[in-house]
Every structure is written in C-alpha cells, then in structure tokens.
Design a protein around this ligand. Structure first.
Ligand SMILES: Cc1cc2nc3c(=O)[nH]c(=O)nc-3n(C[C@H](O)[C@H](O)[C@H](O)COP(=O)(O)O)c2cc1C
Length: 184
C-alpha cells in the first residue's frame, strides 16, 4: 500500500483509525463466545507485524483456547480477573535477543510489548476486548505450557467479547506528561 500517495488513509479513513485507537480500553469480563479460527488468524497476523528491533522478532506466542487449559492458566494468574475464551501467551525469546551493550534493556521485551499492543488493537477492531496480564507465576506457566527455557512468558493476554460496555480509563493530564522541545 502506498502511504505517500494517501492509500492508507483513503482505505481505512484516518478518523476511523484514530477513533479506534482512542476507544480501546481494558476489558476484564468476557462472554464465553468462542474465538473461531479465522478470527484468531486475523488477530495473530496483525500481532506479528509490530515493529521489532533489528527485525530480530525475538518473540514467541501461544494461543490457548481449550477451556480447561485457560482455567489452569488462570489458576496461576492472580491478575486475570474474568475467565476469557482465549489467552495469548506472549513470550520473549532470549535465544534470538539482540545483544547491544549501548542499550540498557533487552530490546526484545519492548518488541513483545509492541506486538501485544497490536493484538489488543486488532481485537478491539474486531469487536473483542482484552487485558494484558503481568501478574502471574512465570515458572508455573512455563511448566504448564511446556515452554522451552529460552522462551520467557512476559504477558498473558486475555481476550474475548466484552461482557459489559467499555469504560474510558482516566489518564494523567497531558501537560503533566507531554512537553515540547525542552522539559523545563
Ligand atoms: C505490562 C502490563 C501489565 C498489566 N497487568 C495487569 C494485570 O495483571 N491485571 C489486570 O487486571 N490488568 C493488567 N494490566 C492492564 C492495566 O491495568 C490497564 O491497561 C491500565 O489500567 C490502563 O487501562 P487501559 O488499558 O483501559 O488504558 C496490565 C497492563 C500492562 C501494560
């Protein structure tokens, strides 16, 4: 698609896209309507188009829909409030990580976060809602899912049709968090 010639904006409508970004908010209660294969594929396709440092794609993802497996995962995740029909386990792949001493953090972890944001936005566009869950027992989840040692689960992303209307989440005032040119 030729962004320079306005193709992207024409095909999606910039207003629609911006509204989608603004509207998304965390969803913690779900109906048990299953997420079918076609919808899951669309979500996962968008997820892995996220920016990734040096295009290393130092990530791995597991989609879990079997209700028994979801319940087991949730048992190790105090941060997962409602029971979702789908959990995407987002992992950092240490074996593929960029080793760059000039960067004080593992860039791959940021890439996983970007992929999760893509996933949440795609879900919202499809009428689903989701919650990234960081509060879970890593070792237990790693063992439960049979993850190899180099795949470190960072977030469990709970996804499903929202059981309630979305509510906007309050943000800090813009002037407190955004400055122009210099901070002071
Ligand atoms: C890294 C990360 C970890 C999170 N962990 C949890 C969690 O364990 N349980 C939970 O209910 N929400 C969790 N959240 C969701 C946040 O609470 C939520 O995104 C935040 O309140 C802002 O709301 P919004 O997503 O509607 O903008 C997490 C979000 C992020 C980014």
């Amino acid at each position: 698609m030729d962004h320079a010639q306005g193709g992207l904006v024409e095909s999606t409508g910039s207003e629609g896209l911006l509204r989608l970004l603004r509207e998304r908010s965390v969803v913690r209660r779900y109906t048990m309507e299953p997420v079918d294969d076609a919808l899951l594929d669309r979500l996962l396709d968008v997820m892995v188009t996220a920016p990734t440092a040096a295009n290393k794609q130092a990530w791995g993802f597991m989609a879990v829909r079997d209700p028994r497996s979801v319940r087991r995962l949730r048992a190790f995740a105090p941060g997962m409030i409602g029971l979702p029909p789908l959990v995407v386990v987002a992992c950092f792949d240490r074996a593929r990580a960029t080793r760059d001493d000039s960067v004080p953090w593992d860039a791959g972890m940021l890439c996983v976060a970007m992929a999760v944001e893509n996933l949440l936005l795609a879900a919202h566009a499809e009428g689903l809602g989701g919650c990234p869950v960081g509060s879970f027992r890593r070792v237990a989840v790693q063992q439960l899912l049979g993850l190899p040692p180099h795949l470190e689960p960072l977030l469990l992303v709970a996804l499903g049709r929202p059981a309630r209307a979305l509510e906007p989440t309050r943000r800090r005032p813009r002037e407190e968090v955004i400055r122009y040119e210099t901070w002071s």
